[in-house]
Design a protein around this ligand. Structure first.
Ligand SMILES: Nc1ncnc2c1ncn2[C@@H]1O[C@H](COP(=O)(O)OP(=O)(O)O)[C@@H](O)[C@H]1O
Ligand SMILES: [Mg+2]
Length: 266
């Protein structure tokens, strides 16, 4: 592709040079007629080259888009694998450890109060480690999203949000894993922002399927003034663009924030 682009612009430069040479060396009327015809031919050639250059650029853009989508898809697959490994490995071991500690605590109860207290704090530690690991796994890739799709995963996000978040609509159907993942991370970051920055009383999450697009909206009635150049929102815009979507942020100071992502889903 790069080679096509280079050769087209190289020819273009050569013809532009030939055109100016014709105009300066011919003086008689016949020569002007010939120059006019040649001029038309050269203009036609110039247009054809410009068209070829644009086609090459468009093809190159398509290739970049496709490779970006492949990278995101590969990252998502890796995240799903990591989440599965954590779930089937470390998380299961911690669950078993908690059960064993529970049994030990039971045996130590009457016999050795100090040992029982020690086992209690070990149990507490194991429970906290399990919670942290579950949160970590959810951040990598939420199992509930893979298993049940957007509805359950978005509902779980809303329930965990420190500001009241109403989920007004989420389609029941399943979508490509990358699109579901992107929709999930849009809502996750948007609600995290509502909780961290907005000072809002309430927020609303709506996801609708409209003419081949999944339209994800998160709004709040807080302070507004979200900065699209912030690392979280910029990362979100990149992720949305990588699947061929568009992210819009409407956040006038004092009038709340509305974040909308349009994700292709056909
Ligand atoms: N819903 C919101 N309400 C008010 N301000 C917001 C909201 N979302 C983001 N912001 C502002 O925009 C900035 C950029 O957001 P973001 O890129 O997510 O970065 P951060 O890592 O700080 O969350 C935030 O630091 C905050 O000042
Ligand atoms: Mg943020």
């Amino acid at each position: 592709m790069a080679a096509t682009g280079l050769s087209a612009s190289g020819n273009g430069a050569a013809i532009a040079g030939g055109h100016s040479a014709l105009m300066t060396t011919c003086t008689d009327a016949g020569c002007f007629t010939r120059a006019g015809a040649a001029n038309g031919a050269v203009t036609g050639a110039g247009l054809a080259l410009e068209q070829a250059r644009l086609q090459a650029a468009a093809a190159q853009l398509d290739q970049v888009r496709a490779s970006r989508a492949r990278i995101v898809e590969a990252c998502d697959a890796e995240r799903r694998r990591l989440e599965r490994d954590l779930h089937d490995g470390a998380q299961q071991r911690l669950v078993t450890l908690s059960l064993m500690l529970g049994r030990a605590r039971h045996r130590a109860a009457g016999a050795d109060p100090e040992l029982a207290a020690l086992i209690d704090s070990a149990s507490q530690e194991a429970a906290e480690a399990l919670t942290e690991l579950r949160d970590l796994a959810r951040g990598i890739h939420p199992a509930v999203l893979t298993q049940t799709g957007l509805r359950g995963a978005i509902q779980a996000l809303a329930e965990r949000c420190a500001v009241a978040a109403a989920v007004t609509a989420v389609p029941d159907g399943r979508f490509p894993a990358t699109i579901e993942g992107t929709a999930y991370f849009v809502v996750s970051e948007a609600l995290a922002n509502v909780a961290k920055h907005s000072l809002a009383d309430s927020s609303q999450v709506t996801i609708r399927q409209v003419h081949g697009w999944l339209v994800v909206q998160v709004s709040d009635d807080g302070s507004g003034g979200a900065r699209p150049a912030g690392s979280g929102l910029r990362g979100l815009a990149d992720r949305v663009a990588s699947v061929g979507g568009v992210l819009r942020i409407d956040s006038p100071p004092g009038s709340g924030t509305r974040l909308e992502a349009y994700l292709p889903c056909t």
